[in-house]
Design a protein around this ligand. Structure first.
Ligand code: DGP
Length: 139
């Protein structure tokens, strides 16, 4: 399928839609997931218009995973979760719902399950606070 530049993340990259940004760098942008599965759930996207992992060059994928780990380190420092999941879905059948490639950084907390994927909007003020906590660890 051809890349559709009207997808939500492409619009965030162009500044047409707002996001709680935690990291804005040359190759990637990272921001809070508006429907977090756990507190601190963050997304990392490349600036490259690519739908899924198969559409990135090795260099683009390398930059994306390195930045993903950098954000995960900051999320870990900000929220002290017991563990962190890195997730990346390719294709609707795999559960992908936004067709611009992204990694999810999902913190896991002892005894706490996950909320459903892409289901419930979080309070924007809470997301803004979480973004600030993560930014503080990245600076
Ligand atoms: P996936 O199913 O892997 O394509 O995940 C897409 C994620 O994007 C999902 O966890 C919900 C999130 N999401 C959907 N719409 C928006 C939005 O407008 N802004 C932000 N920040 N996240 C969104």
């Amino acid at each position: 399928m051809a890349y559709d530049s009207s997808n939500i993340f492409a619009r965030i990259l162009r500044g047409e839609l707002p996001a709680h940004v935690v990291l804005d760098e040359e190759h990637c942008l990272a921001f809070m997931d508006v429907m977090p599965q756990s507190p601190g759930h963050t997304l990392i996207i490349p600036r490259t218009p690519a739908e899924n992992v198969f559409d990135l060059s090795d260099d683009e994928l390398s930059a994306l995973i390195v930045t993903t780990r950098r954000v995960a380190v900051a999320v870990k420092a900000a929220f002290s979760p017991g563990g962190i999941m890195l997730l990346q879905l390719n294709g609707a059948d795999a559960g992908q719902s936004v067709f611009h490639i992204h990694f999810h950084v999902v913190p896991r907390y002892d005894g706490e399950g996950l909320k459903f994927h892409a289901r419930e909007m979080a309070d924007p003020e809470v997301l803004a606070g979480h973004a600030e906590q993560i930014r503080a660890q990245l600076n």
